[in-house]
Design a binder for this molecule. Sequence first.
Ligand code: ACO
Length: 436
Amino acid sequence: MKTQSQDFAELKVDGKVIRLPIVVGTEGERALDITGLRRQSGLVTLDPGFANTASCTSQITYVDGEHGILRYRGIPIEELVKKAMFVDVAYLLVHGQLPNASERRSFSEQLNLSSLLHEDMRHFFDHMPQGAHPMHILSTMINAMTAFYPNVDIKSMADNIDESCARAISIVRTMAAFAYKKSIGEPVVYPRHDLSYCANFLNMMFDSPVKPYRIEPEAVRMLNLLFIIHADHEQNCSTSTVRVVGSAQVNLYATISAGISALSGPLHGGANQAVMEMLRTIQADGDVMKFIRMAKDKDNPFRLMGFGHRVYKTYDPRAEIVRRECDAFLSKLHYRDPLLDVAREVEAAALKDEYFIERHLYPNVDFYTGIIYRAMGIPENMFTVMFALARLPGWVAHWREMIGDDTKLVRPRQIYTGCPLCGMDTDLSVNRTLVI
Ligand code: ACO
């Protein structure tokens, strides 16, 4: 709910005063509405990386980066991880409120019914190169859904919106598990109607005809928790991608495919895999302080992966939850990971270092999650896929909100800094006889 306050900011340009309305969000955040600025003054705003730009209004998720607050539809993340399952949170994000018993039943039923992949799509996996990264396989497969499922134009999808949203959330989980099975050369395991969302995923990942998988309730609980804390994070890079692509009235599957590509980058979701690679390198070297020095050195491209965040300038509340849960989970599984000791050492060293203190650099959600996934037996190249599965309800919720909002096509301006007007100094007609 945005409100147009009575307040205006005044901008004086070339002797002319321009009044810019101030928009106020539910939690009191204020923004200058610059939609009329160019018309009135000929000026645009310049904000690389949109670091200071609210690209839309949204009712889904609230983040306060200064105070470490994260709420979905008004409910604090700490409460959701204690009292809800991932499926409840997915419903909350997509539908706007937590489900009652009958809504939950029918949502679970919808997820179940749409969990099967079109059988012809299964063969696609056979033709992916063995070493392909599962994130790339996933984005390719989701894009292919556009061809395999009927009525994917935006109008049909909007008319069957509950079904379209449930299918996207459910089927990507099946694809992710199939991609993994193919990568290790094992037969795929189909989804089961009698398992919960997270248990089903673990079963599709680890069950095998020669070694049945025993579903570990503690792993299911932890996966629910990790999926909940990753489920949405307002206008992050991949969600913004979903909104940008979706603003051209592209269907849900194609926008999610684009979101997955954005998430795969090491500065975004790919960081959880990069953290593990970094921790292993530090462990092999043995000198934590050397890496802290490297991260501070402006001539060295090295950064502490899993540290820093565009929005959080305090401890990421999700990282706080994961950090707390990590020890307990590992001890319940009787699993000891020396990389956890390295992570703790890195964190302690960074948090008392002036460089990190001054810049408000704290561990982000990716810093400890990899250690938990490793303990569950999830291979490192699947870590970002886990993030993608968890983020699906967020992407779906934003796409749904956007198409219902009469959103404008996203088309930013730029400030051109190339050559000024110049003529052609080469006569290309001289070489016309060459076939190009
Ligand atoms: N290690 C060392 N220095 C860092 C780090 C880091 N991880 N992160 C930021 N800094 C420094 C920058 O060098 C910069 O220093 P300066 O002011 O002296 O130039 C300052 O802190 C501000 O950093 P920016 O890059 O301007 O901050 P931005 O908001 O653009 O970047 C980002 C945020 C991309 C997450 C960054 O902190 C980073 O690269 N972190 C490591 C990768 C990572 O963990 N990504 C996952 C993010 S969470 C997620 O997507 C789920």
